[in-house]
Ligand binder design. Structure first.
Ligand code: GUN
Length: 291
């Protein structure tokens, strides 16, 4: 078994990004600028956004964080997004999800200018991705592609089972794994909460991408020998031995499954850091397109 080490790959990618930013700024150009909007006090969102801002600093990006109370109105939020859209000194904008219930997520995602949509959530980017046109890819799927590429995982003709159909991960991941490119050209099955007999699919999978948000759901008897597993889950479970009172586990029961895998991504240290690296790559790209 070999680990798909997202932490070390993200460090390598960040070093490349920093070198590029340093050479841009040394010629008098401004640094790429990412804006994050965080609403309310969701502890997981707080952690993710803090990590994104910290990574911006590491690579020499400018970053701005706007924090709002959960009581912000939808109109106020949309107005702020429109202001940022109009600001030519800002290259990327992300609004951390989930949003409070009174704010329409679709409206928010569609209001972000697709050219600054470094999450790759805007329908223009999703549509262009589905057509195989140049676009900003959703950050987590893009990070997973980079991870598969780094470890030269064969994907053509393989049976890839994606567990989960979210707009953020499962759905785009299934499109990307089936596209005529590398990584891709896989035969893709999408499983979800209404799938009957999940094991009958996962036991026949060469590659499993687990993105359902159910702690340690994928067990050893559900996979075949030699499988490649990408674990997207970042579930907090209680752990009294930790100062925080919790620890992170994936959607995969890592300890029991790992010995059957040819490759498996750990949690933490797998997909999480790759999402952030992909976000930085997307921001650098939108910056370059705006030049
Ligand atoms: N919530 C969970 N994952 C993400 C992500 O990749 N981007 C944003 N904006 N919100 C999220």
């Amino acid at each position: 078994m070999q680990l798909l080490d997202g932490k070390s790959l993200s460090t390598k990618l960040k070093t490349h990004i920093k070198t590029e930013v340093d050479s841009l700024t040394s010629t008098g150009k401004r640094a790429p600028h990412l804006v994050a909007i965080l609403i309310g006090a969701n502890p997981a969102s707080e952690t993710y956004v803090a990590a994104k801002i910290k990574s911006c600093e590491e690579v020499g990006f400018q970053s701005t964080l706007y924090r709002y109370d959960a009581s912000i109105t939808e109109a106020e939020l949309l107005q702020k997004i429109n202001e940022i859209n109009a600001d030519s000194s800002i290259d990327g904008l992300l609004v951390q999800l989930p949003l409070p219930k009174h704010i329409n997520e679709t409206k928010v995602v569609e209001t972000v200018d697709y050219r600054k949509d470094v999450d790759g959530f805007h329908p223009t980017n999703i549509g262009r991705m589905a057509k195989g046109l140049p676009c900003t890819l959703p950050a987590t799927p893009y990070g997973i592609l980079k991870l598969l590429e780094e470890y030269k995982i064969e994907t053509a003709g393989k049976h890839c089972v994606v567990i989960g159909r979210s707009h953020i991960v499962g759905s785009p991941m299934s499109i990307l794994m089936a596209r005529n490119d590398y990584p891709g050209n896989a035969t893709v099955t999408i499983c979800h909460s209404k799938t009957k007999d999940l094991s009958s699919f996962t036991r026949n999978a060469d590659i499993i991408i687990a993105a359902v948000g159910i702690p340690q759901m994928l067990k050893a008897d559900m996979v075949k020998d030699g499988v490649v597993i990408v674990d997207v889950g970042t579930n907090r479970i209680e752990d009294a031995t930790k100062k925080s009172g919790f620890r992170l586990v994936g959607d995969v029961d890592f300890d029991s499954v790992k010995d059957k895998c040819s490759y498996i991504s750990p949690v933490p240290g797998g997909v999480g850091p790759m999402t952030i690296a992909a976000l930085l790559l997307n921001t650098l790209d939108t910056y370059k397109r705006g030049e």
